[in-house]
Design a binder for this molecule. Structure first.
Ligand SMILES: Cc1cc2nc3c(=O)[nH]c(=O)nc-3n(C[C@H](O)[C@H](O)[C@H](O)COP(=O)(O)O)c2cc1C
Length: 193
Protein backbone atom coordinates (compact mmCIF):
# COMPACT_ATOMS: atom_id res chain seq x y z
CA UNK A 1 0.00 0.00 0.00
CA UNK A 2 1.40 3.40 -0.89
CA UNK A 3 1.97 6.08 1.70
CA UNK A 4 -0.92 8.09 0.25
CA UNK A 5 -3.29 5.13 0.56
CA UNK A 6 -2.19 4.42 4.13
CA UNK A 7 -2.85 8.02 5.09
CA UNK A 8 -6.28 7.89 3.46
CA UNK A 9 -7.12 4.73 5.41
CA UNK A 10 -5.96 6.23 8.69
CA UNK A 11 -7.89 9.43 8.02
CA UNK A 12 -11.08 7.48 7.17
CA UNK A 13 -10.71 5.30 10.26
CA UNK A 14 -10.28 8.37 12.45
CA UNK A 15 -13.31 10.02 10.85
CA UNK A 16 -15.41 6.89 11.44
CA UNK A 17 -14.26 6.66 15.04
CA UNK A 18 -14.98 10.36 15.58
CA UNK A 19 -18.47 9.95 14.10
CA UNK A 20 -19.10 6.89 16.30
CA UNK A 21 -17.88 8.73 19.39
CA UNK A 22 -19.97 11.77 18.65
CA UNK A 23 -23.05 9.59 17.94
CA UNK A 24 -22.47 7.87 21.29
CA UNK A 25 -22.00 11.22 22.99
CA UNK A 26 -25.19 12.55 21.44
CA UNK A 27 -27.10 9.45 22.54
CA UNK A 28 -25.72 9.81 26.08
CA UNK A 29 -26.59 13.51 26.11
CA UNK A 30 -30.15 12.78 24.96
CA UNK A 31 -30.58 10.07 27.59
CA UNK A 32 -29.36 12.51 30.25
CA UNK A 33 -31.70 15.22 28.86
CA UNK A 34 -34.66 12.83 29.18
CA UNK A 35 -33.67 11.80 32.72
CA UNK A 36 -33.06 15.39 33.79
CA UNK A 37 -36.24 16.85 32.31
CA UNK A 38 -38.17 13.73 33.35
CA UNK A 39 -37.38 14.63 36.98
CA UNK A 40 -39.76 17.57 36.69
CA UNK A 41 -43.27 16.32 37.52
CA UNK A 42 -45.97 17.45 35.12
CA UNK A 43 -49.61 16.82 34.47
CA UNK A 44 -50.60 14.93 31.34
CA UNK A 45 -52.69 16.42 28.55
CA UNK A 46 -54.28 15.14 25.39
CA UNK A 47 -54.24 17.76 22.64
CA UNK A 48 -56.55 17.14 19.75
CA UNK A 49 -58.25 18.61 16.71
CA UNK A 50 -60.25 17.51 13.69
CA UNK A 51 -58.20 16.84 10.59
CA UNK A 52 -59.37 18.02 7.16
CA UNK A 53 -61.49 14.83 6.80
CA UNK A 54 -63.19 15.53 10.12
CA UNK A 55 -61.33 12.72 11.93
CA UNK A 56 -60.03 13.27 15.47
CA UNK A 57 -56.25 13.32 15.72
CA UNK A 58 -53.86 14.46 18.41
CA UNK A 59 -51.27 13.38 20.88
CA UNK A 60 -50.52 12.94 24.55
CA UNK A 61 -48.40 15.88 25.69
CA UNK A 62 -46.73 16.88 28.92
CA UNK A 63 -45.13 19.95 27.30
CA UNK A 64 -48.00 22.26 28.19
CA UNK A 65 -47.94 25.51 30.12
CA UNK A 66 -50.03 28.51 31.04
CA UNK A 67 -48.79 31.60 29.19
CA UNK A 68 -50.98 34.67 29.57
CA UNK A 69 -54.15 35.62 31.46
CA UNK A 70 -55.10 38.64 29.33
CA UNK A 71 -55.50 37.51 26.62
CA UNK A 72 -55.94 33.95 27.94
CA UNK A 73 -53.13 32.00 26.26
CA UNK A 74 -51.62 28.56 26.76
CA UNK A 75 -48.96 26.66 24.87
CA UNK A 76 -48.23 23.08 23.92
CA UNK A 77 -45.26 21.64 22.08
CA UNK A 78 -45.95 18.97 19.45
CA UNK A 79 -42.89 17.36 17.93
CA UNK A 80 -42.45 18.22 14.23
CA UNK A 81 -42.17 14.58 13.26
CA UNK A 82 -45.35 13.54 15.07
CA UNK A 83 -48.09 12.44 12.69
CA UNK A 84 -50.62 14.78 14.28
CA UNK A 85 -48.38 17.88 14.09
CA UNK A 86 -50.01 19.14 10.88
CA UNK A 87 -53.56 18.54 12.12
CA UNK A 88 -52.91 20.34 15.41
CA UNK A 89 -51.13 23.32 13.92
CA UNK A 90 -53.38 23.83 10.91
CA UNK A 91 -56.75 23.48 12.67
CA UNK A 92 -58.57 26.71 13.49
CA UNK A 93 -59.45 25.23 16.90
CA UNK A 94 -57.93 22.53 19.06
CA UNK A 95 -58.54 21.31 22.59
CA UNK A 96 -56.20 20.66 25.49
CA UNK A 97 -57.58 18.13 27.94
CA UNK A 98 -55.90 17.75 31.34
CA UNK A 99 -56.15 14.07 32.23
CA UNK A 100 -57.54 12.76 35.50
CA UNK A 101 -55.89 9.93 37.39
CA UNK A 102 -57.51 6.80 36.04
CA UNK A 103 -57.23 8.07 32.45
CA UNK A 104 -54.16 6.03 31.55
CA UNK A 105 -56.16 4.40 28.71
CA UNK A 106 -56.64 7.86 27.18
CA UNK A 107 -52.97 8.77 27.74
CA UNK A 108 -51.79 5.55 26.07
CA UNK A 109 -54.31 5.84 23.22
CA UNK A 110 -52.99 9.25 22.16
CA UNK A 111 -49.38 8.11 22.56
CA UNK A 112 -49.90 5.43 19.89
CA UNK A 113 -49.42 5.90 16.15
CA UNK A 114 -51.20 5.12 12.90
CA UNK A 115 -54.00 2.54 12.81
CA UNK A 116 -53.39 1.50 16.43
CA UNK A 117 -54.02 5.09 17.46
CA UNK A 118 -57.13 5.44 15.27
CA UNK A 119 -58.59 2.23 16.76
CA UNK A 120 -57.78 3.32 20.31
CA UNK A 121 -59.28 6.79 19.75
CA UNK A 122 -62.49 5.32 18.32
CA UNK A 123 -63.08 3.50 21.62
CA UNK A 124 -62.93 6.73 23.66
CA UNK A 125 -65.71 9.09 24.69
CA UNK A 126 -64.97 12.15 22.54
CA UNK A 127 -67.57 14.77 21.65
CA UNK A 128 -67.53 18.15 19.91
CA UNK A 129 -67.12 21.19 22.14
CA UNK A 130 -68.67 24.64 21.73
CA UNK A 131 -65.89 25.65 19.32
CA UNK A 132 -66.31 22.52 17.24
CA UNK A 133 -63.00 21.07 18.46
CA UNK A 134 -63.14 17.52 19.80
CA UNK A 135 -63.12 17.26 23.61
CA UNK A 136 -62.44 14.30 25.88
CA UNK A 137 -64.98 13.17 28.47
CA UNK A 138 -63.81 12.70 32.06
CA UNK A 139 -60.87 15.12 31.92
CA UNK A 140 -59.99 17.29 34.94
CA UNK A 141 -60.16 20.35 32.72
CA UNK A 142 -60.62 21.16 29.07
CA UNK A 143 -59.56 24.25 27.15
CA UNK A 144 -60.88 24.85 23.67
CA UNK A 145 -58.44 27.12 21.90
CA UNK A 146 -58.28 29.05 18.69
CA UNK A 147 -54.93 29.00 16.89
CA UNK A 148 -53.02 32.10 18.06
CA UNK A 149 -49.43 31.58 16.88
CA UNK A 150 -46.91 28.91 16.10
CA UNK A 151 -43.19 29.31 16.76
CA UNK A 152 -40.22 27.06 16.09
CA UNK A 153 -38.57 25.41 19.10
CA UNK A 154 -35.85 23.08 17.83
CA UNK A 155 -37.42 19.70 17.06
CA UNK A 156 -40.77 20.76 18.59
CA UNK A 157 -43.23 23.45 17.56
CA UNK A 158 -44.51 25.91 20.14
CA UNK A 159 -48.23 26.07 19.48
CA UNK A 160 -49.99 28.89 21.27
CA UNK A 161 -53.74 28.78 21.67
CA UNK A 162 -56.15 31.44 22.83
CA UNK A 163 -58.67 29.88 25.19
CA UNK A 164 -62.18 30.39 23.84
CA UNK A 165 -64.00 28.04 26.19
CA UNK A 166 -62.85 26.28 29.33
CA UNK A 167 -64.34 23.85 31.73
CA UNK A 168 -62.89 22.41 34.89
CA UNK A 169 -64.07 19.59 37.08
CA UNK A 170 -62.88 20.14 40.66
CA UNK A 171 -64.10 16.69 41.71
CA UNK A 172 -61.43 14.98 39.62
CA UNK A 173 -57.79 14.51 40.65
CA UNK A 174 -55.17 15.23 37.98
CA UNK A 175 -52.81 12.56 36.70
CA UNK A 176 -49.10 13.16 37.34
CA UNK A 177 -46.18 12.14 35.12
CA UNK A 178 -42.63 11.91 36.43
CA UNK A 179 -39.54 9.80 35.63
CA UNK A 180 -41.30 8.05 32.79
CA UNK A 181 -44.27 6.85 34.85
CA UNK A 182 -47.80 7.95 35.65
CA UNK A 183 -48.41 8.58 39.29
CA UNK A 184 -50.93 10.12 41.70
CA UNK A 185 -50.90 13.44 43.53
CA UNK A 186 -50.12 13.37 47.23
CA UNK A 187 -52.76 14.90 49.45
CA UNK A 188 -51.64 18.22 51.01
CA UNK A 189 -51.20 16.36 54.34
CA UNK A 190 -48.95 13.72 52.75
CA UNK A 191 -46.93 16.38 50.91
CA UNK A 192 -46.29 18.37 54.13
CA UNK A 193 -45.43 15.30 56.27
C1 LIG B 1 -46.72 11.21 29.19
C2 LIG B 1 -46.35 11.56 27.77
C3 LIG B 1 -46.04 12.86 27.45
C4 LIG B 1 -45.73 13.22 26.13
N1 LIG B 1 -45.45 14.54 25.83
C5 LIG B 1 -45.25 14.89 24.54
C6 LIG B 1 -45.10 16.27 24.21
O1 LIG B 1 -45.18 17.15 25.04
N2 LIG B 1 -44.91 16.58 22.89
C7 LIG B 1 -44.84 15.60 21.91
O2 LIG B 1 -44.66 15.93 20.75
N3 LIG B 1 -44.98 14.30 22.22
C8 LIG B 1 -45.20 13.92 23.50
N4 LIG B 1 -45.38 12.62 23.82
C9 LIG B 1 -45.24 11.60 22.75
C10 LIG B 1 -46.46 11.54 21.84
O3 LIG B 1 -47.67 11.45 22.55
C11 LIG B 1 -46.32 10.28 20.95
O4 LIG B 1 -45.09 10.34 20.25
C12 LIG B 1 -47.44 10.08 19.98
O5 LIG B 1 -47.37 8.76 19.48
C13 LIG B 1 -47.42 11.04 18.80
O6 LIG B 1 -48.43 10.60 17.94
P1 LIG B 1 -48.48 11.03 16.42
O7 LIG B 1 -47.14 10.75 15.82
O8 LIG B 1 -49.57 10.15 15.83
O9 LIG B 1 -48.85 12.46 16.42
C14 LIG B 1 -45.70 12.23 25.12
C15 LIG B 1 -46.03 10.90 25.44
C16 LIG B 1 -46.36 10.57 26.75
C17 LIG B 1 -46.74 9.15 27.07
Amino acid sequence: MSQANTETTVTETTATQTAATSAEQQEAMQALYKRTLGSFPTGVTVVMAHDEDGQVNGLTASAFTALSMDPPLVLVCPQYNSESYRTLTSASHFSINILADGQATEAFAFAKKGDAKRDAISALDITSGASGAPVLAGAVATMECSHWHEYEGGDHAILIGRIEHMHCNDEQTPMVYCRGAFSALHTPEEAMA
